[in-house]
Design a protein around this ligand. Structure first.
Ligand code: CS2
Length: 451
């Protein structure tokens, strides 16, 4: 057997050697949460803007530093594999200019107080905001409380745990430094993500004794969309074979991408519209459509699908029982949506996207932080249906599947099994809570038996 050497690591010098040199753009965007989704979405939109040469991204990871190490070794470069139903397309994305772990707080502060920095984007997951049931920052949360204490003691360098703390600290120092205004862009699947983050920052600031009111930060609301499965070892091998580069930071995504934004960018921004981003007056109809139909639909498929032994979204789509759970949930969700966002067309496109069997989007990847996701994606449909005098049966079936999955250890944290009410119910409208309690308490083997 002959062993062939692996191809060289993807780097800017390597590309230049092959006659494909890339411009290294100055960092003007700071990103928090440089996971796979950031790379397939905001980094890709930025790289395709006509003014990309002027807009580099300084990306910071969250709890795990690995992606920062991989990207740093590759000068921020990575391959995006666009995986359509018929085949793959490979592109080197060059918008990330530098990458750091979240612990590099000094570098984060240096960038956040630099006059040239115009935009900060976030993909820190729903749970990463540490919100309570009403969507407000939870000051009783242990990580939040520890960050308030650390900043109160002037001890930020010891390591802040939460993104809201890091951001608020940086905005406070930017204000003190007199650097100009900037835009803060939440790209997480949270209703009114811009307003929610703005309130969280104000509450955190006040807990630290700072007044955020005069800070010149514009909180932009967005709806983001691009299905991004976890990258596998086979994907990395494919990238090496097809591109001739070793690339530990490669990511895979569906061809579809969507980004709707609303708000001001007082210090400018990349021309993201060149890549298809849309700037609108009100993001809510689009955000609701995406959150309820795609993300809520994902939960319908993930819970029912995992209970029935499926591994991926595409697999669950071919099971009539899962498909029926999804379609019935979509009927309810569609009634809660603003027709301006054309939920019918979106739903038809979703069927195609979910059926893309070349995307191995694992149901287990979706079934994490499940209580927070249920609250944001399914409970609003229950409330809307009930308010209109209907039974919300399909949405409640998702709650039943959730309870069953956790109690039987199919997904979720087994330690949660005894406290489902405690996790899901606080803050809910009493009428919704009563109904959801009944769904949570229903014995396993009665309604919606998953066989
Ligand atoms: C998914 C999302 O993991 C999940 O909860 O619903 O990550 C979804 O794939 C993206 O929001 C698609 O844009």
């Amino acid at each position: 057997m002959t062993l062939t050497a692996p191809p060289p690591l993807l780097t800017r010098a390597g590309l230049a050697d092959r006659g494909a040199a890339r411009v290294t753009p100055p960092p003007r965007v700071v990103h928090m949460g440089a996971g796979a989704f950031h790379r397939t979405h905001q980094a890709w939109y930025t790289a395709r803007a006509h003014d990309a040469a002027a807009w580099g991204i300084a990306a910071f990871t969250g709890r795990r530093p690995r992606v920062a190490e991989q990207l740093a070794a590759q000068d921020g470069l990575f391959t995006l594999v666009e995986r359509g139903p018929q085949g793959d397309r490979f592109a080197v994305i060059d918008s990330i200019r530098e990458a750091h772990p979240a612990t590099a707080h000094d570098r984060f502060i240096a960038l956040m107080t630099a006059a040239a920095t115009a935009v900060v984007t976030l993909t820190v997951t729903e749970a990463g905001y540490h919100l309570d049931a009403r969507g407000d920052l939870d000051l009783d949360d242990a990580a939040v409380a520890s960050d308030v204490a650390a900043l109160g003691a002037g001890d930020a360098a010891a390591g802040l745990q939460t993104p809201v703390a890091r951001l608020t600290h940086a905005l406070h120092l930017r204000h003190e430094s007199g650097a100009g205004p900037l835009a803060v862009v939440s790209c997480d699947n949270i209703p009114d993500n811009g307003g929610t983050l703005q309130r969280a920052v104000a509450v955190f600031a006040s807990a630290c004794g700072w007044d955020a009111a005069p800070w010149r930060a514009s909180f932009v609301a967005t709806s983001v969309d691009r299905i991004t499965p976890h990258t596998t070892a086979a994907d990395l091998q494919l990238v090496a074979d097809e591109t001739g580069w070793s690339d530990e930071a490669a990511v895979v995504a569906e061809p579809f991408a969507d980004w709707v934004l609303s708000g001001d960018f007082p210090a400018g921004r990349p021309a993201w519209e060149d890549s298809g981003a849309r700037f609108v007056d009100a993001v809510e109809p689009y955000e609701q459509r995406k959150l309820l139909m795609l993300n809520g639909g994902h939960l319908a498929l993930a819970f029912r699908g995992l209970l029935r032994g499926h591994a991926t979204v595409a697999e669950a789509m071919t099971d009539p029982v899962c498909r029926d759970a999804l379609e019935r949930f979509w009927d309810e969700a569609a009634r809660a949506l603003d027709p301006v966002a054309d939920p019918g067309a979106y739903r038809a496109a979703l069927v195609e996207r979910f059926h893309n069997a070349r995307i191995a989007h694992r149901l287990g990847q979706i079934a994490v932080d499940t209580a927070t996701k249920l609250r944001l994606r399914v409970v609003p449909v229950i409330s809307a249906e009930r308010a209109a005098g209907r039974d919300a049966d399909a949405s409640l079936a998702i709650v039943r599947d959730w309870a069953r999955g956790i109690r039987t250890g199919v997904f979720g944290d087994p330690g949660d099994a005894g406290k489902l009410h405690e996790i899901l119910l606080p803050g809910l409208h009493p009428a919704d809570a009563t109904l959801i309690t009944a769904a949570l308490d229903e014995p396993h083997d009665s309604k919606e038996r998953p066989t």
